[in-house]
Design a protein around this ligand. Structure first.
Ligand code: SF4
Length: 158
């Protein structure tokens, strides 16, 4: 984690799922703007750094829906879990790339905190979908950030 802030006048940066800020980055080409997130950022005087791990990895928008076939984000990172598209194609490689690039942005922008969209296969913090079932677990990017010491907050925990 990075603590090198030169001036207290600067707003602390926080990495935020782009769709929560109103950017149309979701698989269906839509946004998921959250007023609770906007209010939180203003209240805490935070500077949002928008990221979409799936777009960073080169996925198109709109794109096929994806979900876990087995495991969760931590399992995917160690090669035991699987994220697939609705047509059954393995998405592990592209999801791991999106996670790595997001980690790079977190470091480059000196973010200590992260605020992510719940239940996404990339950004989920407490829950994600395994097939049609919503289960406990984390997304692939959340898992990588967690294992590198970043605190990831769910939009639903504000
Ligand atoms: S990957 Fe994350 S930021 Fe991108 S659309 Fe899905 S939830 Fe939003």
């Amino acid at each position: 984690m990075n603590k090198q802030w030169p001036s207290t006048k600067m707003r602390e940066p926080i990495l935020v799922s782009a769709c929560l800020l109103g950017l149309p980055t979701r698989y269906d080409g839509k946004a998921k703007r959250s007023q609770a997130v906007i209010d939180y950022l203003q209240r805490e005087n935070l500077l949002p750094i928008p990221v979409c791990p799936e777009q960073l990895a080169g996925m198109s928008t709109p794109r096929e829906k994806t979900f876990f076939h087995s495991g969760d984000g931590h399992a995917v990172l160690v090669g035991h879990g699987k994220v697939i598209s609705v047509h059954g194609q393995s998405m592990n490689e592209v999801f791991c790339l999106g996670a790595k690039l997001t980690l790079q942005i977190a470091r480059l922008s000196h973010c200590d905190r992260v605020l992510f969209k719940e239940r996404s296969p990339s950004c989920g913090v407490h829950q994600m979908y395994r097939g049609d079932e919503c289960v406990h677990g984390v997304g692939v990017t959340t898992a990588l950030l967690n294992s590198n010491g970043f605190e990831v907050i769910s939009e639903e925990d504000l």
